[in-house]
Design a protein around this ligand. Sequence first.
Ligand SMILES: [Zn+2]
Length: 218
Amino acid sequence: MSPELNLSPRVDHHLFLDVTQSLELRQQSEEVAAIAAAVRGILHQIGENPDREGLMKTPDRYAKALLFFTKGYSEKVEEVVSDAIFSVDTRDLVVVRDIDIFSMCEHHMVPFVGKMHVGYIPNGRVLGLSKLARIAEIFARRLQVQERLTRQIAEAIDEVLSPLGVAVVMECTHMCMVMRGVEKTGTLTSTQSMLGSLKGNEKEQHQFYTLLGLGKKI
Ligand SMILES: [Zn+2]
């Protein structure tokens, strides 16, 4: 086999990667341009001048920020957890608390932020602890309502681990409540989703809330 033939598969592979990457970059820049054009229109409508110095790059910056805030649409749970599931023979409750949540409400497209606490009872398998936050991120980085976000995270954990039970509790402050309408700072919205044995078992629920330092909530 000649050296040229030996080299050619590697060169083709690199070319393929280059084409894929440049396609992704082009799609991304088209998305940014389309969103930025819409933001210019919004700036006009609120009485601003999008061409003044301080705002000239704002439509572009906002477009990129918005694509980051909603990047969960292009992410998949299986890809995030694939190499982080480990075998265990314990059935003791696992609790991870105070996971940061940054999301955007679908009614006003303004942020809601807070903390999430997760508990699950393993059934032969556990998940790398940081992956719980990554799963939350996939669903939080979309337009959401807090109730659905809580349930989707619980269901995703249930799907990837098939545990005996899952509980997700979320406490968030919604900027649409704080900055408009009732204008109440410090208002927390609490949601919870229980699946499997944690759904109907008061003793396990009590253990979960005790580990969270919340006492028995329900
Ligand atoms: Zn809202």
